[in-house]
Design a binder for this molecule. Structure first.
Ligand code: MOS
Length: 732
C-alpha cells in the first residue's frame, strides 16, 4: 500500500472533545443520569488496626431517606475469585465487609444507602462503630522489610572498594497522592444478573475483570463505561474497594447506586506514591567514569498486598558501568496499598541517581552534563540489546543550548539577585517504552464518515484527539469526518490507559484497523470496472479528504461515497490489532529519555524556593499531537515541581490517620508557583518501537524534574537536600 499523506498527525490541533468538555457535555463517571439512582456513602474506620467490636446502625436507619446500611454483620459472602490481572499486586486484596478486621485507618467498615446524598452523608455519621484498637505500624523507618528483590551484575562491592572516588548517600522521598481533579466514583446498576458500572477507571478491561472475579460473573455480564476521566496520574489504574461497595450496595438494595469518594476518602480509599528510603553508593574513577553503583531501596506497602514500583530499571540501564547491585525491599505497614503515580518508580530512582551524579560532578569538578556524557552507553547495559532509539546526547546538546547552560556558574552560592540566591541544575530522565497488545475496530460508512472504537480511557492527555488524527490520516479523511469512541467494555479490549503506552499500543491498533479499511476500499475501486481507478495498481492509490486517487494522476479518482454507493455497500469495516513482542522477548531496548533543566531562586533568609524556569527536552519518538504533547509536558513539569517542593502526605504514626487529607493541607503547585516552562521534542519516528513510530511521553515528563530542581537548589545555596519535598525548613 502506498503510504498515506500525513496531514492530521503532527499538526498542532486543539482537542476534538474540547467543546464537549467546556460545555459540560463530556460526562464523567458520577455524572451519568441513571434512572432511579440512590446514593451511597462509606463509613470509614477511625482506627488504624484492630477489630470492630460493635456496629450500631439503628440511628442511621431511623434517619429519613436512609434505605439500608451494609457492614460485615450482614453483607453476603462475596466470591472474590483470584484475579492476578487488573493490576492487583501479589497478596490478598481487601475484601469489603467480609470480616471484622481493620487493616488501615479509613478502611470501609460500612456503607449507608439513601435516597439523597445528604441523607446518606448524615446517615453515615450516625453509624456507631466501636473498635478494639491495636498499636499501628505506619512508619517506614520502623517497619520490618520483606525479603529483597535482587539484581546484580559484576561485583558492586569490589567495584566500590577499588574506586578512586566514592559516594554513600541516603535519600528520602515523601508519600505523594495523585489528587486528580475528578474524584473516584462509581455508579452501579444491576439488570438481573448483569452488572453495569460507570466507574472512574484508567483500565476498562481491568475493572471489568475485577468485578467479574469479585462477584463470580462471566466477563460478558459486566459492562464498564467511562468515556472521560478527569485526571488519573495512575490512581485509577487498578480497581479500588469502593467500586465493589457500589456494586454490592446496588445488588442489596435493588436500586442503581452512586458512590463518590470524598476528597478526604481519596487519601485512603485509593493508592498513592509510597514513601521511600533509598541508599545509593557510587564509585567512579577520577574522570567520573562510573565503576559501580549499589542501590538499597525501600518503600511502604500494605500488610495484605505487596506493591512493586518501577524502581529498579533506571539503575540498571541509564548509565554504562560494569558493576551494579540492587536490593529492593517493600515494608508492610498498616496502610492501604500504594499504586503507581506518574513516572512510577522512575521518578524516585531518577531523583536519587541524578542527585547523586550531581554530587559526584561537584566532587570531581566535572560539568554535570559532561559527566553524564562520559557514562553514556552504546547499548543497553542491562540487557545488552541495541536501543531502538536513544537520543540522550542530543537532549543534552539541545537542552544546554536552549537553556543557556554555559551561563551557569558551577560554584555553589555564587549567583545572587537581591535577596535571592540563583541556581541552575539539570537531570536526565528515562522511562519504559511500554507497548501492550491492543485491539480496535474501524467502520467507514456510505456517507463517507468513519467511526473508530476501542475500550481505552482518556484521562486527559487528549487520546480522543490523537486517535482521531491517526485514523483520519490512515483513512484519508478529515478530522471532522472521523468519530472516535472509547471508554466502554463493549469496544475492543485495550491495556491500561497509563504507563505511557496508549498512543503506541492503542494507536497502532487503530492504525491497523484503518489501514485495513482503506485497503478494502482501494481493492474495491481498482477491481471495479465502474471506477475511474479500475486497473490502477492498488499500491499506487492514496486517499485524501475522502477521495481515492491515483498517486501519479490526482485527477483520476472518486470519493468513498461514490465507490460504496455504486457497489451497494453500506459500509466497510475491519478489526485492528497491535501485538508487541512478548514481555522480556523484545529484540530491542525501547525507552524514552529526557534532559530536564531548572533555574531556581532561593530566598537567602527564608529558605523559600521558587522555580524561575524549566526546560524539558524529550526523546519520546514521534509526536502525534504537538499541542497536546505540550499540555502533557507542562503538566508533568508542574507535577514534578509538586514532588520536588510541596507534596507530602503526612501520617500520624500514633493511630495511622492521614492528617492532611485535603487540598488545603496537602500542597500542590498553583499558578503562582509556575512561571516559564518550555518543552522541546526531538520529534523522531521510531519505527522499530511500533508502527506509529511513537514511544510515549506522559510519564517521562515528570521524571527528572525533582532532581533538576534539587540540583539547582544546591547550585543556588550549596546545600544538598536529600529529602523530598525540599522545604523552607530544610534550607534554613
Ligand atoms: Mo500512569 S502512573 O500509569 O497513569
Amino acid at each position: 500500500m502506498s503510504p498515506q499523506p500525513q496531514t492530521a498527525v503532527g499538526a498542532p490541533l486543539s482537542r476534538v472533545d474540547g467543546r464537549l468538555k467546556v460545555t459540560g457535555k463530556a460526562l464523567f463517571a458520577a455524572e451519568f443520569d441513571v434512572e432511579g439512582v440512590v446514593h451511597a456513602v462509606i463509613v470509614d474506620a477511625s482506627i488504624g488496626r484492630g477489630r470492630i467490636t460493635s456496629l450500631d446502625t439503628r440511628a442511621a436507619l431511623a434517619h429519613p431517606g436512609v434505605l439500608r446500611v451494609i457492614s460485615h454483620r450482614d453483607a453476603p459472602k462475596l466470591p472474590y475469585l483470584d484475579n492476578p490481572g487488573s493490576n492487583n499486586p501479589p497478596g490478598r486484596r481487601l475484601r469489603v465487609f467480609q470480616d471484622d478486621l481493620v487493616l488501615f485507618h479509613g478502611q470501609p467498615v460500612a456503607v449507608v444507602i439513601a435516597t439523597t446524598l445528604e441523607a446518606a452523608q448524615h446517615g453515615a455519621g450516625l453509624v456507631e462503630v466501636a473498635y478494639e484498637a491495636e498499636q499501628v505500624s505506619t512508619d517506614l523507618t520502623k517497619g520490618e522489610p520483606d525479603a529483597p528483590t535482587l539484581y546484580a551484575r559484576g561485583d558492586a562491592e569490589a567495584g566500590l572498594r577499588d574506586a578512586a572516588v566514592r559516594l554513600d548517600v541516603t535519600y528520602r522521598m515523601a508519600r505523594n497522592h495523585h489528587n486528580a481533579l475528578e474524584p473516584h466514583a462509581t455508579i452501579a446498576r444491576w439488570d438481573g444478573d448483569k452488572l453495569t458500572v460507570w466507574d472512574k477507571t484508567q483500565w476498562i478491561v481491568g475493572t471489568q475483570t475485577e468485578l467479574s472475579t469479585v462477584f463470580d460473573l462471566p466477563m460478558a455480564s459486566v459492562r464498564v463505561i467511562n468515556p472521560f476521566v478527569g485526571g488519573g496520574f495512575g490512581s485509577a489504574s487498578r480497581s479500588w474497594p469502593h467500586t465493589v461497595v457500589a456494586a454490592l450496595a446496588a445488588r442489596e438494595t435493588g436500586r442503581p447506586v452512586k458512590l463518590v469518594l470524598s476528597r478526604r476518602q481519596q487519601y485512603f480509599g485509593t493508592g498513592y506514591r509510597p514513601a521511600y528510603e533509598y541508599r545509593l553508593r557510587v564509585g567512579s574513577d577520577r574522570k567520573g567514569r562510573l565503576a559501580a553503583m549499589a542501590h538499597e531501596m525501600e518503600h511502604e506497602t500494605s500488610s495484605y498486598e505487596k506493591f512493586f514500583d518501577g524502581i529498579m530499571t533506571a539503575g540498571q540501564m541509564l548509565y554504562s558501568m560494569p558493576n551494579v547491585s540492587q536490593a529492593y525491599r517493600t515494608v508492610p505497614l498498616d496502610v492501604n496499598t500504594p499504586l503507581w503515580m506518574r513516572g512510577p518508580g522512575f521518578a524516585n530512582s531518577s531523583f536519587v541517581i541524578e542527585s547523586a551524579l550531581d554530587e559526584l560532578a561537584h566532587k570531581l569538578g566535572v560539568d554535570p552534563i559532561e559527566l553524564r556524557r562520559r557514562n553514556e552507553p552504546n547499548e543497553d547495559p542491562a540487557s545488552g540489546l541495541p536501543f531502538s532509539t536513544r537520543r540522550l546526547r542530543e537532549c543534552y546538546t539541545v537542552g544546554a543550548r536552549e537553556f543557556g547552560w554555559h551561563r551557569r556558574n558551577p560554584k555553589p552560592r555564587s549567583t545572587r539577585d537581591g535577596d535571592w540566591l540563583i541556581g541552575r541544575g539539570m537531570a536526565a530522565g528515562v522511562y519504559d517504552g511500554g507497548r501492550f497488545q491492543s485491539e480496535a475496530r474501524a467502520r467507514l460508512d456510505a456517507d463517507g464518515t468513519a467511526v473508530v472504537e476501542s475500550a481505552t480511557s482518556d484521562m486527559g492527555p487528549g487520546t480522543y484527539t490523537s486517535q482521531t488524527q491517526v485514523a483520519a490520516d490512515a483513512l484519508g479523511l478529515t478530522m471532522r469526518t472521523v468519530t472516535v469512541r472509547m471508554g466502554d467494555s463493549l469496544y475492543p479490549p485495550t491495556p491500561p490507559h497509563g504507563g505511557s503506552l496508549t498512543m503506541a499500543s492503542v494507536g497502532s491498533a487503530v492504525l491497523d484497523a484503518c489501514n485495513k479499511v482503506r485497503r478494502q476500499a482501494i481493492e474495491l475501486a481498482v477491481g471495479d470496472e465502474g471506477s475511474p481507478l479500475y486497473g490502477v495498481p492498488a499500491g499506487e492509490v492514496v486517499v485524501r479528504g475522502g477521495r481515492l486517487h491515483a498517486k501519479k494522476d490526482p485527477a483520476r479518482g472518486e470519493t468513498y461515497q461514490r465507490l460504496l454507493a455504486r457497489n451497494n455497500r453500506t459500509h466497510l469495516a475491519a478489526d485492528g490489532i497491535f501485538t508487541p513482542p512478548p514481555w522480556g522477548q523484545d529484540p530491542l531496548s525501547v525507552y524514552v529519555y529526557n534532559a530536564t533543566f531548572a533555574e531556581v531562586a532561593v530566598d537567602a533568609r527564608l529558605g523559600l524556593v521558587r522555580v524561575r524556569r524549566m526546560l524539558g527536552v524529550y526523546d519520546a519518538g514521534r509526536i502525534i499531537s504537538p499541542k497536546l504533547a505540550d499540555s502533557q509536558a507542562l503538566g508533568g513539569m508542574v507535577g514534578g515541581i509538586g514532588q520536588a517542593l510541596l507534596e507530602h502526605t503526612v501520617t500520624d504514626h500514633r493511630d495511622g490517620r492521614i492528617v492532611n487529607a485535603n487540598l488545603a493541607d496537602y500542597l500542590v503547585p498553583v499558578n503562582a508557583d509556575i512561571t516559564d516552562l518550555k518543552a522541546i521534542y526531538l520529534d523522531g519516528d521510531d519505527q522499530q518501537a511500533d508502527p506509529l513510530g511513537v514511544k510515549g511521553l506522559g510519564e517521562l515528563v515528570l521524571i527528572g524534574v525533582a532532581p533538576a530542581i534539587a540540583n539547582a537548589v544546591f547550585n543556588a545555596t550549596g546545600r544538598r537536600i536529600r529529602e523530598l519535598p525540599i522545604t523552607a525548613e530544610a534550607l534554613l
